[in-house]
Design a protein around this ligand. Structure first.
Ligand code: GLC
Length: 481
């Protein structure tokens, strides 16, 4: 099957979050399946262009209609990828190459990604790479299914399109004039793009895609409710017949405690007790906490964003530190008030709290390995990858039972039996603290059971094999209809 995957980020070239990780592993997992040809298309951001590790071949250029204008687009084919995935970068000095900033956050992001979505379709048509299916991701490529239906049908007569929601919070809103100034779609598509008098690109994708998926089964159901859907609940409910949740995997090659070069000691499920003890001591030293082998080390690696449940952690933090003998370690950057809170907390409890307000993949790996308990109280979580990373490294998760957290962390009882971690159902600080206390109790009083839970978590299969098969089943279903 010929599969084109379109996205605004993909590791290792460019990544701001979980979408980037998925766009590294999913194409690769699909390319491993016999008979598949996989093409991944990404924007040619400045930092990819300037990275000497990424050698490209120029496949030529063409013009893309953006509103009434014609915009230059070049296609750069990546050389040297060994897993069979063909990677093309869309080159545009104006939209990507000359932008000094990060991936997102420019005032004209809507236009940049509208251009990108159209350029992907043009590029495939021009180069005769006509896919059986296109899989596109989040609002940045949400215009693809609409363009496909509205304008590109004759070029891709049998191509089917799947739209995948990684986070419904970001929908690609624009003013109503965007429809005429940038999109230049036939008039009859106005209603499809319209939401409350403005343009909503994700809404259009949900309506026009042949199938819609999201990144866990629970999140797929949650999206029917206003609490989770950020205004799109009825749009989603109307599309329920073509909506499926497929829980992501993680890249088990990169995230492997037995081989991870970032760790001071490597270990597997047979040797994790000594391995993790060595990693814990080194980590405590690295972040400036007292080296205490028997004080439980609670850790968190996260963007410091509201939906990650940081308000709950802020609410319980002092009580936790007064009532329990614990160490707390946070790594991440984000909203300034959270950064300030954790900095302040670390000053107040210098021997017990460390706050690393930075982005550091190596330290992140050492935290997954050196921690005892991993905190992830997200308010909502489409899938979440770091709870899986934590489990793979033998760190016991304490999570809010929502979205992918609910699907990947079945609840253990107070003796650590029957599940993979500790969960709480309703989003409030006391319930979070209570579940964290169950984890601490198990660590302090029933260490053998705690070990058994760690081992069980390490034995899980979080690879992409299963989800990739599920994507293939849905691709086949699309092609039959
Ligand atoms: C988004 C979601 C996260 C998910 C990731 C990959 O970042 O917030 O829950 O794991 O996408 O699908």
């Amino acid at each position: 099957m010929k599969i084109a995957i379109l996205a605004s980020e993909g590791a290792p070239y460019c990544k701001s979050g979980g979408l980037g990780d998925v766009m590294e592993a999913l194409p690769s997992a699909l390319a491993k399946i016999k008979g598949n040809q996989v093409l991944l298309i990404l924007p040619y951001y400045k930092k990819i262009k300037e990275n000497p590790n990424y050698e490209v071949e120029d496949l030529g250029n063409f013009e893309v209609g953006v509103g009434w204008r014609q915009a230059y687009a070049g296609i750069m084919r990546l050389k040297g990828r060994t897993d069979g995935v063909e990677v093309w970068f869309v080159d545009s000095e104006y939209y990507f190459g000359a932008r000094p900033g990060a991936i997102y956050g420019d005032i004209d992001d809507g236009e940049r990604f509208a251009f990108f979505s159209k350029a992907c379709l043009d590029a495939m048509a021009i180069h005769g790479w006509i896919p059986d299916v296109i899989q596109c991701n989040d609002w940045q490529t949400a215009l693809v299914p609409t363009y496909l239906k509205a304008m590109y049908g004759h070029l891709f007569p049998t191509t089917r399109c799947m739209f995948t929601i990684h986070n419904i919070e970001y929908q690609g809103w624009a003013g109503s004039n965007f429809f005429d100034d940038v999109l230049y779609l036939p008039w009859e598509w106005r209603g499809c793009l319209d939401m409350n008098g403005a343009v909503n690109m994700m809404k259009a994708a949900i309506e026009t895609a042949d199938m819609v998926t999201t990144v866990s089964e629970t999140y797929a159901r949650e999206l029917m409710y206003p609490y989770y859907a950020h205004g799109l609940d009825s749009v989603i409910a109307n599309a329920a017949w073509k909506l499926t949740g497929i829980t992501n995997g993680i890249d088990v090659k990169t995230f492997n405690p037995a081989t991870d070069p970032a760790l001071p000691a490597n270990y597997d499920k047979e040797t994790f007790i000594e391995g993790k003890a060595a990693c814990k001591a080194a980590l405590q030293k690295e972040v400036g906490l007292p080296v205490e082998p028997d004080i439980p080390l609670c850790v968190m690696v996260t963007r410091l964003a509201g939906h990650k449940g940081l308000d709950l952690l802020c609410y319980i933090a002092r009580r936790l530190l007064w009532e329990e003998d614990v160490q707390l370690l946070i790594l991440g950057t984000g909203e300034p008030h959270f950064e300030a809170f954790f900095r302040q907390l670390a000053e107040e409890f210098p021997d017990r709290v460390a706050a690393k307000i930075t982005f550091d993949l190596g330290l992140a790996a050492r935290i997954y390995a050196g921690g005892d308990i991993y905190l992830m109280p997200s308010k909502s979580e489409p899938c979440g990858l770091s709870q899986m990373n934590a489990m793979r490294y033998g760190t016991v998760p304490v999570v809010h039972a929502t979205g992918g957290l609910r699907d990947t962390v079945p609840p253990a009882d107070e003796h650590g039996e029957g599940g993979l971690g500790f969960t709480f159902q309703s989003y409030n600080g006391d319930d979070f603290l209570a579940s964290l206390k169950r984890a601490l109790h198990l660590y302090n009083e029933e260490r053998e059971n705690f070990r058994a839970l760690q081992r069980r978590a390490m034995e899980q299969d979080f690879s992409w094999n299963k989800p990739a098969k599920r994507y293939m089943e849905l691709f086949k279903q699309m092609l039959e209809n």
